[in-house]
Design a protein around this ligand. Structure first.
Ligand SMILES: [Zn+2]
Length: 352
C-alpha cells in the first residue's frame, strides 16, 4: 500500500503536521508530490489529494504555510521553495487588485480618448457634413431672408450703386454670365456691382446667389481676367452653399443650446449669417474648396488660375502682409490670402 513512485526524489519530501480540521490533534506527516497529486504519508496510511483542490496560505515572512485540503483537513509545513514549485502562486489579492486597476486605468484612458476623438470627429467631420445636408435642403426663401439681413448690415457701410460706366458694367456682366453659364445653381447667381469706399476692395457671395463686387476691387485688378478669377471664386462659394453651411456650422452649438433653453425659432441661426459672412469670413476649408472650384472653372474656359494668384499677391503686397497675417480689412479679412493659396493657384495653372 505504501509505495513511493519513482518520480519523487527524497528532496521533494517535506515534513509537517496534519490535523483533520475538526480536532486539535496533530500527527506527523511526510508530504510529497506525484504529478498533480499531493501524497501524504500518515504512518502506514497514504492519502492523496489533487493539487488543484488544495489551498495554500500566502507566504508571510518565514511563518509556516498551511495547506487546506479538500476534505477539510490541514497540513502545516515549514516554508520551502518546494512549495512554490508545487503551488505556483497566482498573483496575490493586492497584486490582482493592482492588476485590475491597471487594466481599468487603460480602459478609462481609452474611453476618454475615444470620447475626445468622437467629439473632435463630430466637430471636424460630423458638423460640416450635417451642415451641408441641412444647407442642401433649405428652401430658397431662407437663403433670401439670410441674404437680406446681410444687405441691411451692408447699408451701414454706405454701399452705393456702382460708379462704373454703363459699358464697363455691361461688359463685366456679360463676361460673368458667360463664365458661370451651365454651372450648378447658376440660375440664382447675380452679379451686383457696388461702390463701397467703406469696405474697400471686396467681393462676397450671399447665400441666395447675389455676388457683390466693389468698384474698389475692380480698380485694384489690372485686367478683367483678374476680376473674373475672383468672381469664379465667389461662384464657388455659391455652388458649394458656403454661406448657409458656414452659418449653420458656426451657430449649431448656439442653436442646440437655444433649442434646449426654449428658443425653438432658431433665431440665433439667422443672426449668425451676417456675422459669418462679414466678420468671421469663411473657413479655410471653404476657401480652399472655392479656390479649387474656381481654378477648374477658369481652366474649362481657357483661362488661367494664374490670374487669381496675381491678384492675391497684389492684395498681399498692397497691405504689406506677411504670410499668416490676416488682421487686415476688406476682401482680405473675409478672404485671407496666403502664400499657400497663391502657390495652389500657380500649381493649378501649371498643371494640364
Ligand atoms: Zn472666399
Amino acid at each position: 500500500m505504501r509505495s513511493m513512485p519513482a518520480s519523487t526524489s527524497a528532496s521533494d519530501v517535506l515534513q509537517g503536521q496534519w490535523s483533520d480540521g475538526r480536532s486539535s490533534r496533530l500527527r506527523a506527516v511526510e508530504v510529497s508530490r506525484v504529478d498533480e497529486v499531493l501524497q501524504a504519508a500518515l504512518g502506514d496510511e497514504l492519502h492523496r489529494w489533487p493539487l488543484a483542490g488544495i489551498r495554500i496560505s500566502p507566504r508571510l515572512g518565514r511563518t509556516p504555510r498551511t495547506l487546506t485540503l479538500p476534505d477539510g483537513g490541514r497540513i502545516e509545513l515549514p516554508d520551502s521553495p518546494v512549495l512554490d514549485a508545487w503551488f505556483p502562486m497566482p498573483p496575490s489579492r493586492v497584486e490582482a487588485v493592482a492588476d485590475w486597476l491597471e487594466r481599468r486605468k487603460y480602459a478609462i484612458a481609452a474611453a476618454a480618448a475615444i470620447t475626445v476623438a468622437v467629439i473632435v470627429g463630430f466637430v471636424q467631420f460630423g458638423l460640416p457634413w450635417g451642415a451641408r445636408k441641412i444647407a442642401e435642403r433649405l428652401p430658397p426663401v431662407v437663403e433670401r431672408s439670410a441674404s437680406d439681413q446681410v444687405v441691411r448690415v451692408l447699408e451701414q457701410f454706405h454701399v452705393q450703386p456702382t460708379q462704373l460706366s454703363e459699358a464697363r458694367q455691361a461688359a463685366l456682366q456679360a463676361q460673368f454670365g458667360k463664365l458661370v453659364a451651365g454651372e450648378p445653381r447658376a440660375d440664382q447667381m447675380r452679379l451686383v456691382l457696388v461702390d463701397a469706399a467703406g469696405i474697400g476692395p471686396n467681393a462676397f457671395a450671399l447665400p441666395d446667389g447675389r455676388i457683390y463686387m466693389t468698384d474698389e476691387l475692380v480698380e485694384l485688378a489690372e485686367s478683367d481676367d483678374e476680376v473674373l478669377a475672383v468672381l469664379a471664386h465667389e461662384a464657388g462659394h455659391h455652388v458649394h452653399r458656403h454661406g448657409m453651411r458656414g452659418a449653420i456650422e458656426s451657430s449649431s452649438v448656439f442653436v442646440l443650446a437655444g433649442l434646449m433653453l426654449g428658443d425653438a425659432t432658431g433665431s440665433s441661426l439667422t443672426v449668425s449669417v451676417p456675422a459669418t459672412l462679414l466678420s468671421n469670413g469663411f473657413s479655410r476649408g471653404h476657401e480652399r474648396e472655392a479656390d479649387q472650384y474656381a481654378f477648374a472653372l477658369l481652366k474649362r474656359h481657357g483661362r488661367s488660375p494664374k490670374d487669381f494668384a496675381t491678384l492675391m499677391s497684389r492684395l498681399m503686397k498692397a497691405h504689406g502682409m506677411d504670410e499668416g497675417d490676416d488682421a487686415v480689412i476688406g476682401y482680405i479679412s473675409t478672404h485671407p490670402p496666403s502664400q499657400e493659396r497663391v502657390r495652389a493657384a500657380e500649381a493649378a495653372a501649371a498643371s494640364p
